[in-house]
Design a protein around this ligand. Structure first.
Ligand SMILES: Cc1ncc(CO)c(N)n1
Length: 222
């Protein structure tokens, strides 16, 4: 069994809870209240800026040209394709990209992005892959799940979101990250694998928390 299949299996209950989360179900059937999506949109825009920084670090850290190219394309896809989706949704709400960029990050957005950034600064490109896999692979899985079970008609305001994250192009980026980590796992000891396992599980929990934060529209208490 592949190392990442083992990780996925262990994170099973967390990923299942994500699929069952009212925010995710609401995207699927289009019933999510717009103010909750608007909150998510701003936080996720800030999230994607930091996420891009992580891929840039991956390119800088890459041990070979092919790895550098993969991280560079992840960087490009995030900055241009994914953030373009968010900008289009922003337009529908009458929010400019500058306003989105100037939004105040909520506690969970800061905690999650800094958690991944720290792992990326400190570790190797395999550590980086373990930390970001719950995002990239997780969104591809949720996208596909919602495409299969949800409403992708024009009536669903979240249709474009579902279509982007269920696309083959998006899935391919997560597939490469998995291969990168699996390759490293075959050449490493239990210490490394244990660290990657912890990164993957904590990342998965933060993915869940990001839905929860958006559902509750989390604010600083003081
Ligand atoms: C919180 C979060 N995780 C993953 C993705 C996918 O890149 C995203 N846009 N936002």
């Amino acid at each position: 069994m592949r190392f990442t299949d083992l990780l996925r299996q262990e994170a099973g209950p967390i990923w299942e809870a994500e699929k069952q989360h009212p925010f995710v179900r609401g995207i699927g059937d289009g019933s999510l209240p717009l103010d909750r999506f608007r909150f998510y949109l701003l936080q996720d825009y800030l999230f994607l800026i930091e996420f891009s920084r992580i891929f840039a670090l991956g390119a800088a850290r890459a041990g070979d040209l092919a790895t550098m190219q993969h991280f560079a394309s992840l960087l490009h896809e995030t900055l241009h394709t994914e953030m373009a989706l968010h900008k289009r949704y922003g337009e529908r709400f009458g929010i400019s990209p500058a306003q989105m960029e100037a939004a105040e990050p909520a506690p969970t957005t800061i905690a999650y992005t800094r958690y991944m950034l720290e792992a990326a600064w400190r570790g190797t490109t395999a550590d980086l892959a373990a930390a970001v896999l719950p995002c990239q692979w997780g969104y591809a899985e949720i996208g596909r799940h919602l495409k299969e079970t949800g409403d992708t008609s024009e009536a669903n305001p979240y249709r474009d979101w579902i279509l982007l994250y269920s696309s083959e192009e998006f899935k391919a980026t997560g597939d490469w990250l998995r291969e990168h980590l699996d390759r490293a796992a075959t050449e490493s000891g239990t210490g490394d694998r244990e660290r990657w396992r912890a990164l993957f599980l904590t990342g998965s929990r933060y993915e869940y928390l990001f839905w929860e934060m958006s559902w509750r529209q989390e604010r600083w208490p003081v």
